[in-house]
Design a protein around this ligand. Sequence first.
Ligand code: CAA
Length: 240
Amino acid sequence: MARVALVTGGSRGIGAAISKALKDAGYSVAATYAGNDEAAAKFTEETGIKTYKWNVADYDESAAGIAKVEEDLGPVDIVVANAGITRDAPFHKMSKEQWHQVIDTNLTGVFNTVHPVWPGMRERKFGRVIVISSVNGQKGQFAQVNYAATKAGDLGIVKSLAQEGARAGITANAVCPGYIATEMVMAIPEKVRESIIAQIPAGRLGEPEEIARCVVFLASDDSGFINGSTISANGAQFFV
Ligand code: CAA
């Protein structure tokens, strides 16, 4: 039977490319979304991938949603914590609401997504936890104190989970995308975006599929000895 993969924020942007690539690789995929019913319905119609609506910032909603996915498709073997938001503002203008929204969704959301599937992975002695971090978690970013804190936090999460899961056949790794051509990046003011692209030696934004291919590799049996690592895919913008 095909392994089951859960992708949060899996119906749009990088998440949609990940869901599709995992399906193409033979996994049984569930994609979650937070609010955009129309985009989710269109995504399911186009791809045949089932979508589930819940707020990753809410633990009980996440646990109930995951229970429903497992009832429909079977136990989750691969979890891709991808859902994320930005609320950019220079620090002197950042409100505590902007801080908490981003922490709750991007960081607590990873806990809420992985924690319910972790006991099952331990029991079955197999699991793949893949967290989508960001180049901005590695290098920081003007106007992203909140976002960069969560994306740096992702790296601490996978390094810790890797140590806890290794003996149980579970790996936990992060992918750090650079600037990828998605709605999130297209929302940056054009002049600022152009100045960012100018700092990317590849001279272009990345494509969502370039991130999806990293995830498919980390999900595979072949990647079993890669644990607690970070794959950077940023067009040479930044080296750790
Ligand atoms: N570095 C240095 N200075 C910057 C800057 C940067 N990256 N971005 C903006 N500034 C400067 C502006 O040039 C401007 O300077 P002046 O006042 O001297 O003209 C000043 O900051 C802007 O100040 P404002 O008070 O006008 O800022 P604002 O309240 O209007 O906020 C902004 C504007 C939200 C910062 C906007 O410029 C912006 O969105 N910047 C991009 C931030 C960014 O890169 N976000 C990443 C989003 S993509 C993503 O997160 C995906 C991923 O993982 C890679």
